[in-house]
Ligand binder design. Structure first.
Ligand code: BES
Ligand code: MN
Ligand code: ZN
Length: 495
């Protein structure tokens, strides 16, 4: 899908479809008025007959209007101007691209960034690009007869006035973000028998090949042994698939500039290990590598944008399987930090691979470290599927992530990291246990990680409720690629 932005008259731009808005009660937007005039009041006639009343997210496709260069005209209901909030705009854009992809149009010109809808043109452009990408995404490549690729290929955002250079940049960044989300979604949806740790490593190496600015390295189990990663290695013990520790280094600024490190949980399948999970919906544990997928998607987006900063991706990846060799409840392991851990539940494995990856991340002399993990079912109970859980040991970083979430509509909500929770991780036999009981399960998981991140500015994102959808709409969402890329874009802005 290609995106561009330009100035032009709605009736004159040639395309498969021109999209204009209609407000509540059938009031035409300025672009719609221009079309109406050129088409001898065809639009006002349609509205007078009652076929379109401007209700938010309603659509009506018209064909071959006289005086209009585009083959089709799509009327999109915008509702009441005063009620055009972020949520309404997202729904309108989703309906728009739903209608467009249901038509044979190969390209479309959208007049949605002027006037009413354009209160924040940058926001509309970003959400439109995400909605377009969502409509054209295909998840059925493994069916014997996959569906045809989308016919809609070119999207032009048009405006009556000359678009600013800033909006052009916003559009390019949104397109790169959408491509990063596509990568994250594709990897997330792949089954565990295809998307193994070795497969993820191959994808990371391929990213290094296709982008000169990315350098990928892959550590093997013997390397991790030497580094003393006893916690990470305890998780992979029951698996036949070799574990990998992937690093991707992106240099967009001077090598002396301290990097932002993104650490992504890459459990390619989580059975729970000896603390085996119940069978229902266990297939969804193929999504337990969505943190890793978001790191790959974000690095690809950052490289495509050519952002002027340094970013490192660190991905600990393995399976969590039961077997005669698997780690057992009660086993005690030594992490790379030297701290010992009593593994009371082998299903709390994410923190065990992350803690060693977080210790390893110190070697990059990080400015900031952010880990991203489908870490706890408790987070789904706390925040549902709307916000990702967010923790930080620095309030400024927390505020920056909250803001980036709003800007990208990929929101996070902060939970406390107070010391008061730490005693829940006490163990009689080791420095800590890997679980803290049922109460505050998302918080105690974060408290566990906090014991390994004292030397740098750090945030933890629990994406268990936001990385994928269940039921009929089952599929990866590509979150939090929009949040992470927005945060990184913001970090390049002059202070
Ligand atoms: N990958 C899961 C978390 C998860 C579960 C995400 C369900 C999304 C949906 C994680 O490894 C896990 O199993 N966590 C346990 C921790 C518990 C044993 C303390 C959980 O949440 O039940
Ligand atoms: Mn688990
Ligand atoms: Zn897990």
């Amino acid at each position: 899908m290609e995106f561009s932005i330009k100035q032009g008259s709605p009736e004159k731009l040639k395309s498969g479809c021109v999209v204009v808005g209609v407000f509540d009660g059938g009031k035409l937007s300025i672009a719609a008025q221009a079309l109406d005039k050129a088409a001898k009041h065809a639009l006002s006639d349609v509205i007078a007959r009652g076929d379109m009343n401007g209700k938010a997210a309603s659509t009506l496709l018209l064909q071959k209007l006289p005086g209009v260069a585009a083959d089709r005209v799509l009327l999109v209901g915008l509702g009441k101007a005063a009620e055009l909030n972020n949520k309404a705009i997202s729904e309108i854009l989703r309906a728009t691209f739903g209608a467009l992809s249901g038509s044979p149009a190969k390209d479309a010109v959208l007049y949605l960034i002027d006037e009413g809808v354009g209160k924040d043109a940058a926001w509309v452009i970003k959400q439109a690009v995400f909605a377009a990408a969502e409509q054209t995404f295909r998840a059925d490549s493994l069916k014997s007869k996959p569906s045809k690729p989308a016919t809609l290929k070119d999207i032009t955002f048009a405006s009556l006035e000359k678009p600013s250079a800033t909006l052009k940049t916003v559009l390019d960044q949104a397109a790169a973000t959408a491509h990063g989300m596509d990568l994250a979604k594709t990897l997330g949806n792949l089954p565990g028998n295809i998307c193994t740790p070795t497969y993820l490593a191959a994808k990371a190496l391929a990213l290094g090949k296709s982008h000169k600015s990315i350098k990928t390295t892959v550590l093997e189990e013997k390397d991790m042994q030497k580094l003393g990663m006893g916690s990470f290695l305890s998780v992979t013990r029951g698996s036949e698939q070799p574990a990998k520790l992937i690093t991707l280094e992106y240099f967009g600024a001077a090598k002396t500039q301290m990097p932002i490190v993104l650490v992504g949980k890459g459990i390619t399948f989580d059975t729970g290990g000896i603390s085996l999970k119940p069978g229902a919906e266990m297939d969804e544990m193929k999504y337990d590598m969505c943190g890793a997928a978001s790191v790959l998607g974000t690095l690809q987006a950052v490289a495509e944008m050519g952002l002027k900063l340094n970013v490192v991706g660190v991905i600990p990846t393995c399976e969590n399987m039961p077997s005669g060799k698997a780690t057992k409840p009660g086993d005690i392991v030594t992490s790379m930090s030297g701290q010992t851990i009593e593994i009371l539940n082998t299903d709390a494995e994410g923190r065990l691979i992350l803690c060693d990856a977080l210790t390893y991340s110190k070697k990059f002399n990080p400015d900031t470290v952010i880990d991203i993990a489908t870490l706890t079912g408790a987070c789904v109970i706390a925040l549902g599927h709307v916000a990702s859980g967010m923790f930080s040991n620095e309030d400024k970083l927390a505020q920056e992530l909250l803001a980036a979430g709003e800007q990208s509509h990929d929101r996070v909500w902060q939970l406390p990291l107070w010391e008061d929770y730490q005693p829940l991780l006490d163990s009689n036999f080791a420095d800590m246990a890997n679980i803290g009981g049922r109460a505050g399960g998302t918080i105690t998981a974060a408290c566990f990680l906090a014991r390994f991140t004292k030397d740098y500015r750090w945030a933890h994102l629990d994406i268990a409720g936001t990385a994928w959808l269940s039921g009929k709409q089952k599929g990866s969402t590509g979150r939090p690629v929009p949040l992470l890329t927005q945060y990184l874009i913001n970090r390049t802005a002059p202070k």
